[in-house]
Design a protein around this ligand. Structure first.
Ligand code: ADP
Ligand code: X2W
Length: 309
């Protein structure tokens, strides 16, 4: 007589635990922002691609918006061009704009599309310029109450999500670079300088709102929003839109566009916005399948949405 040990039982249990979440989110759109600082090694990028493909095969509609700040800075450095940030945004000369476009659309986006497509013909890359996805006007930074010119940085004025919806309806995974076309017709006709550099967190949040996404997930290089950064590493696990609004003036550097984006998203119909640690392998699945989540979750003030955890 032979007996068989079911060593795969814990795996089956894990899958079953995910069932309620998957049932609730079936057919829902999830916008995932993959920050340049979270793209630290090949293994992580591969695990990210697996997670996104998993969500797609589990019946969700994932959309990827990617960053690439450190990659842009490295290329500017190689070319002997300066990298300067004001209020968390890159001061973008017309020359730097060409580099931003080349690195985001020609390098980072291509790599992510390639990794996703190792799993089948799923990912399609586009930038905010394509099919009028993102339109912007010039953005001025507010530095201590002063309006500062930071070059070709854009403020999104309109989103036309039609092309993204069509790709999602076709079962594809859109992978989007945060470059917007100019709303000024003359400017738009002038070639590379007719586009704007948009912070990728801002672009992801605006797109999540325009798509009526269920969730915005922002993958970065910290565990979440620290309560007293950089003095302590106590992560705020959950906060409402109003609580976040009160914290905004005290936030620094890269967290400013990230948390502003989360606030914009939940104030404009997105049910939850989460900041999670992209340095952790399979952080997307961990965030979804663990009760507490692993980062910071922002919810609308009256969070009556069933299962917004
Ligand atoms: N309160 C805060 N909590 C966590 N990180 C913070 C906070 N304030 C500022 N930061 C900084 O924001 C950075 C994340 O933003 P950023 O560098 O733009 O990342 P990404 O490339 O993922 O968009 C963190 O590495 C940290 O240095
Ligand atoms: C205006 C502005 O700052 N644009 C960003 C766009 C890329 C980005 O946001 O990348 P991360 O998400 O990796 O930070 C930049 O030039 O760095």
């Amino acid at each position: 007589m032979t007996t068989r040990k079911h060593t795969a039982l814990p795996k089956a249990r894990t899958l079953i635990e995910a069932l309620p979440w998957l049932t609730r989110h079936h057919g829902k759109t999830v916008v995932i922002k993959f920050g340049g600082n979270a793209m630290v090694d090949e293994e992580l990028k591969r695990a990210f691609a697996q997670d996104v493909v998993f969500l797609r095969h589990a019946g969700l509609r994932p959309v990827v918006v990617h960053g690439g700040g450190p990659q842009i800075s490295a290329q500017l450095d190689r070319l002997g061009l300066e990298s300067e940030f004001k209020g968390g945004l890159r001061v973008t000369t017309p020359e730097a704009m060409n580099v931003v476009r080349m690195v985001l659309a020609g390098q980072v986006q291509r790599e992510l599309v390639g990794l996703l497509n190792e799993h089948g013909p799923l990912a399609v890359g586009m930038t905010g310029e394509d099919a009028h996805l993102m339109t912007a006007t010039k953005h001025y930074a507010d530095i201590d109450g002063e309006r500062v010119d930071i070059g070709r940085v854009g403020e999104i004025t309109a989103i036309d999500p039609g092309a993204v919806q069509a790709l999602l309806d076709d079962g594809r995974i859109p992978v989007i670079s945060s470059i917007a076309r100019s709303s000024d017709a003359e400017d738009a006709a002038s070639g590379a300088s007719g586009v704007f550099n948009v912070n990728a967190d801002t672009a992801a949040a605006a797109l999540a709102a325009a798509l009526g996404a269920e969730t915005l997930m922002v993958l970065t290089d910290v565990e979440g929003l620290y309560e007293d950064w950089p003095n302590s590493d106590e992560v705020i696990s959950r906060l409402t839109a109003t609580q976040l609004e009160k914290l905004l003036p005290d936030l620094a550097s890269g967290m400013v566009p990230k948390m502003r984006g989360c606030l914009h998203a939940v104030r404009n119909g997105v049910h939850t916005a989460r900041v999670i640690d992209g340095r952790v392998q399979h952080s997307i699945l961990l965030e979804i399948f663990t009760d507490e989540g692993i980062g910071t979750m922002v919810v609308p003030d009256t969070n009556t949405i069933e299962g917004a955890t």
